[in-house]
Ligand binder design. Structure first.
Ligand SMILES: Cc1ncc(COP(=O)(O)O)c(C=O)c1O
Length: 454
């Protein structure tokens, strides 16, 4: 009998997060203060984050212990399963072996609780009472709503308007866990009011919702901001995925030739990939191909520039060295709301620049076609974001069919799509449209990049 699921017991769950910073072949360019354009100090970040997370952001330690209280919550759903996609392999008639790590089994339905739980814990420990955040597709907002509920904290979520309208049940999920959720742009902040004055029908964007959340944070007592992707500490929290996957691939008896993940801000991709990037950097496994997949409508890695830019629309965050389409860029309303972000995590940008990872951009129609193929073979109905990874996995598996190579492919199935059935309905009824790469809008946004002295 062939094994389909590789399951770790709770005692085998990682007890440390992996921090890639000390292993990078070249140091990461530091974030810059938006006013002075000098490297930010931990003190600069104090109004936004608790000290423990700020220290993790700059940590030189290769491993950081996961607090017992966080491990206890992780055990509600971790370790997650690693599955061999036999049925997909058969349907594609490929000699490739396809494995996926399923993060949709968390209570919130994605990988996002891996960092949400940790962030809620550290804020609580430092006496913070209220958190504020933004959410695209609603996955991050619901993950943090869960984290805040479990650690007894208040939460306000600015949800990108296009997703707020597409996914009312995500909002209800957040409210069930006790969070307050408003559509962004909102009238609750100056940033939101400005965006609505400029365009009353603005679909919103992650960059704009971040501006609203930061403004809310700094204008309220005992409140901190929480980000679901992009920052070093967020990516580090996600490495429980890759560390588990590495053990499970050992159980399966294979080391992946190709690793695939979708990228919005870069956290689930980093989570599965970074422990394997470590092997690539050390020379233990030099030839692993690691592929980040983004939407054609918002292709920061494949069509952006690597430059210092703001993380938000209005220009309140530190300047991050990253692949960006320009912080004023408003991506078209594709269904993968979690991938509608103008920038990319500095760590992922750095790995891409150094040639340690590859990137691909995909249109949403073939992406949904791939997701439906997956649902019809493996059963799980994936999140639209995760479908981007599946598209590339299928392409690589078909390339193996052509070449006859028996490669091992591992991908991160970052979430389920049970709240995304409106998007599936559009696809199944033939109404789903592709958005061309908005070249003119990107050109315009790139001309507004902040000037940084060399
Ligand atoms: C299921 C899922 N996958 C992927 C992403 C993209 O985010 P990241 O690149 O940080 O993993 C999101 C973001 O909301 C998501 O909900």
């Amino acid at each position: 009998m062939e094994t389909t699921k590789f399951i770790l017991n709770e005692k085998e769950m990682p007890t440390r997060w992996y921090n890639i910073l000390p292993d990078l072949p070249e140091p990461l360019p530091p974030p810059l203060h938006p006013g002075t354009k000098k490297p930010v100090t931990p003190d600069d970040m104090k109004p936004l984050f608790p000290m423990a997370l700020i220290m993790q952001e700059f940590s030189p330690d290769r491993y950081v212990e996961i607090p017992e209280e966080v491990q206890e919550v992780y055990r509600l759903w971790r370790p997650t399963g690693l599955h061999r996609a036999y049925r997909l392999e058969k349907a594609l008639d490929t000699p490739a072996r396809i494995f996926y790590k399923y993060e949709g089994s968390s209570p919130a339905g994605s990988h996002k609780p891996n960092t949400a739980i940790a962030q809620a814990y550290y804020n609580k420990k430092e006496g913070i009472k209220r958190l504020v955040t933004e959410t695209g597709a609603g996955q991050w907002g619901s993950a943090l709503a869960l984290g805040c509920k479990l650690f007894g904290m208040e939460l306000k979520v600015y949800m990108v308007k296009v997703s707020f309208n597409q996914k009312p049940y995500r909002r209800l999920m957040m409210e069930t866990w006790g969070a307050k959720c408003v559509a962004s742009p909102s009238m609750d902040t100056k940033a939101g009011q400005g965006a609505l004055a400029a365009d009353p029908n603005s679909p919103g964007s992650l960059g704009l919702a971040i501006s609203e959340a930061i403004e809310d944070t700094v204008t309220h007592e005992n409140t901190r901001y929480s980000l679901g992707s992009v920052l070093n500490h967020v990516l580090m929290h996600q490495t429980v995925i890759g560390q588990e996957a590495m053990k499970q691939m050992e159980m399966a008896g294979f080391y992946p030739d190709i690793i695939v993940g979708c990228v919005g801000g870069g956290s689930n991709f980093a989570g599965i990939a970074m422990p394997f990037v470590k092997d690539k950097i050390s020379g233990k496994k030099r030839n692993t191909r690691i592929i980040a997949v983004e939407p054609q409508a918002c292709p920061s890695l494949t069509k952006g520039v690597c430059a210092y830019d703001f993380g938000d629309n209005v220009g309140m965050t530190p300047l991050l060295m990253m692949y960006t389409l320009g912080h004023t860029f408003m991506p078209p309303p594709v269904h993968a709301g979690g991938l509608r972000y103008h920038g990319m995590a500095p760590i992922i940008s750095h790995l891409y620049k150094l040639g340690l990872i590859e990137a691909r951009a995909e249109f949403q129609k073939p992406v949904f076609e791939a997701g439906v193929t997956f649902a019809r073979t493996e059963g799980i109905l994936p999140a639209p974001e995760s479908n981007h990874a599946i598209k590339v996995v299928i392409d690589e598996a078909l390339a193996c069919k052509q070449s006859g190579q028996k490669k091992t492919i591992l991908f991160n199935l970052s979430g389920h799509g049970h709240f995304d059935l409106g998007a599936y309905e559009e696809y199944l009824s033939g109404k789903l449209a592709d958005y061309e790469y908005p070249a003119e809008k990107v050109k315009e946004a790139l001309s507004a990049l902040p000037q940084v002295p060399a």
